[in-house]
Design a binder for this molecule. Sequence first.
Ligand code: HEM
Length: 258
Amino acid sequence: MEDKITSIVTDDRIDEILHLNATKEELITILNYIIMDYKKFSMTDKILLQSQKLQKLTLEECIENRHVFLFLPGVKNSMDIKSQKEVRYTYEPKEGKILKEKYRNGRKTESTEVTYEQINKMLGSFNQSTGAFLSSKPNFAESRFIAPLLPQEEVSKREKVQVKGGQMQFVQIPRKNKPPFKNYTAEEVQKHNKPGDVWTVLNGKVYDISLYLDYHPGGVEKLMLGAGKDCTKLFNQFHSWVNGHAFLEQDYIGNLKY
Ligand code: HEM
């Protein structure tokens, strides 16, 4: 186990837990500490931990993995492990303590030591102060709000369908009855999931894709998989290089509130 590392990956930050001589319990404590940091920062408990194969992981399973992807609702989800993240934290267990170091754009900016007792104390008071909120809200990140990925065979087909018109024609259609531009909750977005009234979320932005359905080169069926959901991951699975916002600019109706 000595040289094993578990990396918790998000879009702009990576947390690396060095296993060294730590016990399983100690590694889970460090993991909980990282998760608490995200919860505090993003003010949500709606956190999802997944493997590279996008399987949901328990805390125990997380530390068996080399890469763990942490997803937050309404935030760009990144599965990119190759490029350097803006912020990197490392946690090195040493003689019953943890050496925590922070790097910003590759340069070390902080170095602190924390004990497991300190972390457990912080976790205790954090859970106490937010426990009521945590249990009262359904976890939409874990539920049906994030459109699930499709099997790789489906992606490899790269099937294009006959559409009503080209992308240039689509952008010229006059838009009527646009909903007010505001922040929408996941619950509100979820209601718009039927042909004629379809919304989706891409990179935290809410789009009314009712009109686009007939113009999507990948077809209505595929696009409907993101109806009333966050389709960011699915979108990136098929064509991360497509500038979705450029096509849907006129149908951008607000941002996801979380
Ligand atoms: C919400 C926003 C979306 C927009 C704006 C969008 C836009 C596009 C565009 C512009 C293309 C043509 C790409 C090219 O010619 O290279 C395309 C193709 C395609 N899209 Fe989407 N798409 C969206 C969502 C999705 C989703 C959620 C899926 C899958 C479930 C999907 C599956 C496909 C497929 C299979 C193709 C055809 C194959 C290919 O061109 O690579 N798209 N899409």
